[in-house]
Design a protein around this ligand. Structure first.
Ligand code: SF4
Length: 315
């Protein structure tokens, strides 16, 4: 693995083209991500440095301070991150992430953090001092290590992610779970999801955002490269034979999605299973514009930072 510091020239706070994030400032402190998830869309971007390389913007905390000090209106919160995981287990990444979050808290700006990594104790200590400014989404779709390892080879294990959830809840920060991407026939089964719901309900989690895997040429290529010519890969791709070409609620974002009837029925079914564990599982329109146009995940974070708990549900 090659880790190099580079200098950020442009602004630190940027906007995503995805509708649910378009009104939210995002920060991406690295180019590349060590987790190397087989389905990662960022691995297909022109600025992706290639597998095995992570470039860290070492000057970002300093630049962020300057940007915030000249902001006419501070953002309510910032999203970490659209094209990397800020808790990759690399000391240089964790240092920059920690410093960025410290700067944001100093200015009273909240943090919405999505991770499939391990949350270090130092971060939990920091979060415990700014609970109202923290919303965490833990990406997890299975408790089966064998499945998780195939699709997210270098991310935290399911047990480590459960530990993240447990520790966050003990700190008084109840995270949301991100069931994304669900893989048809693999992670969307009743046995897989009810086992997961049972575990997370035990910690007090009550909200889950769900989305199915969509394919782009680069994602398909990475899946083939990671999974090889195996029955596991064939099982996944089989579901996309009747897939639908679709534009996400984002600029120029064209993907192959599962048939809409499959998704509708499955989301409804998953939502019912989740309800048995008192968990609200909802669909965000950004990745399912043919089902709902509501960019729900962004609305939910917004409400968290406004201190409201009311959420609009599809099912
Ligand atoms: S953790 Fe996120 S950014 Fe990193 S490889 Fe996985 S999907 Fe991509």
């Amino acid at each position: 693995m090659h880790i190099n510091f580079i200098e950020r020239k442009g602004r630190v706070l940027t906007r995503s083209t995805l509708k649910c994030l378009s009104q939210v400032a995002s920060i991406n402190p690295t180019l590349g991500c060590v987790h190397q998830c087989a389905y990662c869309y960022a691995r297909g971007y022109s600025f992706y440095p290639g597998d095995g390389t992570v470039l860290v913007y070492g000057n970002m905390p300093e630049k962020l301070k300057k940007e915030l000090s000249t902001c006419r209106k501070l953002p309510a919160y910032v999203f970490f991150s659209t094209t990397c995981d800020v808790l990759q287990p690399i000391p240089q990444v964790l240092k920059v992430t920690y410093e960025l979050i410290e700067v944001l808290f100093e200015y009273g700006v909240g943090v919405n953090l999505l991770t499939k990594g391990r949350i270090p104790a130092k971060f939990l200590q920091l979060f415990s001092q700014y609970k109202k400014l923290v919303h965490v989404q833990v990406g997890i779709t299975t408790l089966e290590r064998d499945i998780q390892k195939k699709i997210e080879p270098y991310a935290a294990t399911p047990q480590e992610r459960l530990l993240n959830i447990k520790r966050l809840c003990e700190t008084g920060i109840v995270p949301e779970v991100k069931l994304d991407p669900l893989i048809p026939g693999v992670t969307d089964t009743e046995s897989n999801l009810t086992a997961l719901f049972k575990e997370i309900q035990g910690f007090g989690v009550h909200s889950a955002c769900m989305n199915y895997l969509f394919l782009r040429p680069q994602i398909k290529k990475n899946l083939c490269k990671t999974l090889g010519n195996t029955p596991f890969l064939s099982k996944i791709l089989m579901h996309y034979q009747n897939g639908k070409s679709m534009n996400l609620l984002a600029e120029k974002s064209h993907v192959v999605a599962l048939d809409v009837h499959y998704r509708k029925q499955a989301y409804e079914q998953i939502s019912q299973w989740a309800k048995d564990f008192r968990i609200d599982a909802y669909v965000c329109g950004c990745k399912n514009p043919d089902i709902t146009e509501e960019p729900l995940c962004g609305m939910n974070w917004g409400k968290h930072f406004e201190g409201s708990s009311s959420q609009k549900r599809l099912f």
